[in-house]
Ligand binder design. Structure first.
Ligand code: BTN
Length: 333
């Protein structure tokens, strides 16, 4: 099931009318007369609205009454409250999809999709970094965002830092929960992964032309199965969820905050405030001074983490020299 921020006119007419008359029962005939749609269409829209998780009461001879909004991250609910300027101008919502990242990649070259969000309740074949599988059951926030940035290629290493920082700050702001950033792009709580991101780019000349940012947040999911399935995979260090499964915390609040923080981070990078991003990221990590191993693709390097340098590289002191690492998977020793 796909919904977007730019269609569903009939459904939204009914929904908005019911919501703005929250305290009243409205008959099917009245809705049909006022909204100028058939009674059958009114009934069909109300059934659909209910199937999306809104609570609509109905009483014989009186009609329908709006009771509760849905918990789902539906496009028009995001649009209503989104304070970001370009992120989220268009939104595609799926109750289930193979991967929001794949869908976003197909759309990403179209000019009008700059800032577009693709979001899903669950993914059947969610993708993680380095061709790993990303488990995406109900209860998480799984989204991809298309960005046509004005960044230099050399900014590529800063992007994961600014995104993870935006998420870390949003979680702190909304729920007071302290998370840590783990280089290059994980968010952890008590040393276990609670969110991750995937960045796909296409390059033109020395500019990044298209960027698709995939973000997976274990918001309120059951991690026991995931833990069991993943515990023997290389570099796995534990998985956790922000909240337990039945928690009533609002995903929408976190999403809206994240969109604003992310847009701010992107503007900062566009304005050349790289060092500021690195400094803030460094204030939110506990990795400095730790003994780690890192798989770089060119073999394994072990040493003590010194800092993130001005290019976003991880600086490690090995037994006999100092190494700068741009890509890899960090494992604490
Ligand atoms: C990682 O840490 O390995 C990156 C995980 C990224 C997962 C997100 S969920 C939304 C988007 N769609 C995908 O298929 N993957 C990303």
């Amino acid at each position: 099931m796909l919904f977007t921020s730019f269609d569903n006119v009939g459904l939204l007419k009914v929904l908005n009318f019911l919501e703005s008359h929250e305290s009243e029962y409205l008959s099917g005939q009245d809705l049909s007369d006022v909204l100028k749609i058939s009674r059958v269409a009114v009934w069909k829209h109300i059934e659909k609205i209910r199937s999306l998780g809104y609570k609509i009461d109905s009483k014989q001879k009186r009609g329908y009454k709006f009771v509760n909004r849905t918990e789902r991250l539906l496009p028009w609910e995001i649009t209503k409250k989104n304070k970001a300027k370009f992120i989220g101008r268009r939104i595609y919502y799926f109750d289930e999809i193979d991967s929001t990242q794949d869908f976003a990649l197909q759309l990403s070259t179209n000019n009008k999709e700059n800032g577009t969000i693709i979001i899903a309740e669950k993914q059947k074949h969610g993708k993680g970094r380095l061709d790993r599988k990303w488990y995406s059951p109900d209860g998480g926030i799984w989204l991809s965002i298309i960005i046509h940035p004005k960044f230099e290629i050399s900014d590529t290493t800063i992007i994961p830092l600014l995104v993870s920082l935006a998420l870390c700050e949003s979680i702190k702001k909304k729920y007071g929960i302290k998370t840590n950033v783990k280089w290059p792009n994980d968010i952890t709580i008590n040393g276990k992964k609670v969110a991750g991101m995937l960045i796909d780019t296409t390059i033109q000349g020395n500019k990044i032309e298209n960027l698709v940012l995939g973000v997976g947040i274990n918001f309120a999911i059951n991690t026991t199965q995931i833990q069991k399935r993943l515990q023997n995979t290389p570099n796995f260090y534990g998985v956790t969820s922000l909240f337990p499964v039945k928690n009533r915390a609002s995903k929408m609040e976190l999403l809206l905050q994240f969109l604003v923080q992310l847009e701010k981070g992107i503007n900062d990078l566009t304005e050349g405030k790289k060092l500021q991003i690195i400094k803030k990221w460094s204030d939110n990590t506990d990795i400095f001074g730790k003994s780690i191993s890192i798989n770089t693709g060119n073999g394994k390097i072990s040493g003590i983490v010194k800092k993130i340098d001005s290019e976003g590289a991880l600086v490690i002191k090995t037994r006999n020299k100092t190494e700068k690492i741009f890509v890899g998977d960090v494992v604490l020793r």
